[in-house]
Design a protein around this ligand. Structure first.
Ligand code: KIV
Ligand code: ZN
Length: 505
């Protein structure tokens, strides 16, 4: 079986999703997890875009040694130089140069002719090649470009030294059949195509990103660009877990393999969802909460008799935690540690102590503590690591005949206890106003959602919010058995992210 190169762009295109901004530490955590997952290439960022982007690519290149670390550059000498600077410490690095090729972009955005584009693309690839052997080129908006011009630009950039040529469906416009035709056309019409790997990069505006990607792989493309949970610009990118599991489950059809350790998929998905604040819909293929659940009686009957009757994948192959083992208030530290390790979390002694005390508190409120509760507990622990203000206490009084009133107590950056109170239109509004009186950073709440992590009246409620300040969106999450407390935690989480960015400025 031939192997497909998995090029992960969660940290670059994925992070371009509005509201998905990640800090340096979070990007590093994701990069390390992507390495465990076994991706071949990590596109770590767009270094010319900001000093923060440059620094995160540089750090990932220095610390994450197994995959190729790729830096993106538009066709501009400074951008190419900066991309190279950011990855020069990588064990294996790549510079990825892109330039628009469609007439729509050439006429309205770049105001350049095709001749100029050909020359610029080749010059910038040659510039990158002067620094490093591994160079990728992408003609942006390829699927709305005349195929003949794609053939020309690919020939010119391969001659200039590109070792991978990537065909982006930048606006998610193509269809599987049309994209297959384009890929076949490239193999038939680009004379030097044997000197480069053909890659594809599909967006999901019409919900066809994964279908288009696997169609291209069936026609000979051997690198696929994708993101965890399909996050990305607008409707997102092709979802990695879906592509990998499609290739694996239907190897009889594709006859292709990847280097991915599929048992790491679920954990990676949770981590990305947690850090970006982008929830995974329950019906999402492969990693959604319902992806392996069977509701109808006929299906349940079939599954009990023989799982393959209604299951095409085994949940264990994607690392889905089984909910069979349930911990309770009599479970000890050892049982908790063992279960967390099975779920893929290795905690330090101090972290385990804190997690154990949170676990005991939770077990007192809930009869059974499931794997999902434990994941939420660890996520909550992770959130408090880089706080500026810490939520120490929150109290609310509300009801249909009273004015909602909240009092909050925070620990400020110097370790002082600060308290305040406020009235609001509802309990959450009152809490947010009380917190605002202390923290004093103007922002607007743009999104607020609550979901329960497990079933039952005693389930943990998870609140996700987005706030906007000075044109930037910050996501916050909080979890607790009391959704009012979870709301307060979510707001503190978003505010702490905002303060971290402001602190850097
Ligand atoms: O969608 C796109 O065209 C891109 C390029 C930079 C490859 O993300
Ligand atoms: Zn893209």
């Amino acid at each position: 079986m031939e192997r497909v190169i998995i090029f992960d762009t969660t940290l670059r295109d994925g992070e371009q999703a509005p509201g998905a901004t990640l800090n340096l530490d979070e990007k590093l955590q994701i990069a390390h997890q992507l390495e465990k997952l076994g991706v071949d290439v990590i596109e770590a960022g767009f270094p010319i875009a900001s000093p923060g982007d440059f620094e995160s690519v540089r750090l990932i290149a220095k610390e994450v040694r197994e995959p190729i670390i790729c830096a993106l550059a538009h066709a501009n000498p400074d951008a190419v130089d900066r991309a190279w600077e950011s990855i020069k410490e990588a064990k294996r690095g790549r510079v990825h140069v892109f330039l628009s090729s469609s007439d729509i972009h050439l006429t309205h955005q770049l105001r350049m002719g095709r001749g100029e584009i050909l020359e610029l693309a080749a010059t910038m690839v040659a510039r990158a090649k002067g620094y490093i052997e591994d160079v990728e080129f992408s003609p942006m908006d390829a699927t709305r470009t005349s195929p003949e011009f794609i053939y020309q630009i690919l020939k010119a950039t391969i001659d200039a030294g590109a070792t991978t040529v990537n065909i982006p469906d930048t606006v998610g416009y193509t269809t599987p059949e049309e994209f297959s035709r384009l890929i076949r056309g490239i193999f038939d019409n680009v004379p030097n195509i044997d000197k480069a790997v053909v890659s594809v990069h599909c967006h999901d505006d019409l919900g066809l990103a994964v279908a288009n990607s696997v169609a291209a792989l069936a026609c000979g493309a051997r690198q696929v660009e994708c993101t965890i949970n399909g996050i990305g610009e607008r409707a997102g990118n092709a979802s990695m877990e879906e592509i990998v599991m499609a290739l694996r489950t239907r190897k009889d059809f594709f006859n292709l393999t990847t280097n991915i350790d599929t048992t790491q998929i679920y954990k990676t998905s949770r981590l990305v969802s947690e850090l970006t604040g982008f929830s995974v819909p329950p019906n999402k293929a492969v990693v959604g909460a319902n992806a392996f659940r069977h509701e109808s009686g006929i299906h349940q009957d079939g599954i009990l008799k023989e799982p393959t009757t209604y299951e095409i994948m085994d949940a264990r192959t994607v690392g889905l935690p089984s909910s069979a083992l349930v911990l309770g208030k009599h479970s000890g530290r050892h049982a908790l540690k063992a279960r967390l390790e099975q779920l893929g979390y290795t905690l330090s002694k101090e972290e385990l102590n804190r997690a154990f005390s949170d676990f005991k508190e939770l077990a007192d409120k809930k009869k059974e503590v499931t794997d999902r509760d434990l994941e939420s507990l660890v996520a909550e622990e992770m959130r408090t690591v880089s706080e500026t203000y810490h939520l120490d206490q929150v109290q609310v009084s509300c009801g249909d005949r009273s004015v909602p009133t909240a009092s909050v107590r925070l620990i400020d950056p110097e370790g002082n206890v600060v308290a305040d109170a406020a009235l609001g239109t509802g309990p959450v509004d009152a809490i947010y106003k009380a917190i605002n009186r202390i923290v004093g950073v103007p922002n607007v709440l743009t999104e607020f959602s609550v979901k329960s992590i497990t079933e039952g009246i005693d389930a943990i409620g998870e609140v996700t919010i987005r706030i906007e300040s000075e044109g930037k969106v910050y996501t916050g999450r909080g979890a607790a058995t009391d959704i009012i407390v979870a709301s307060a935690k979510a707001y503190m989480n978003a505010l702490n992210r905002l303060l971290a960015v402001k602190g850097k400025k």
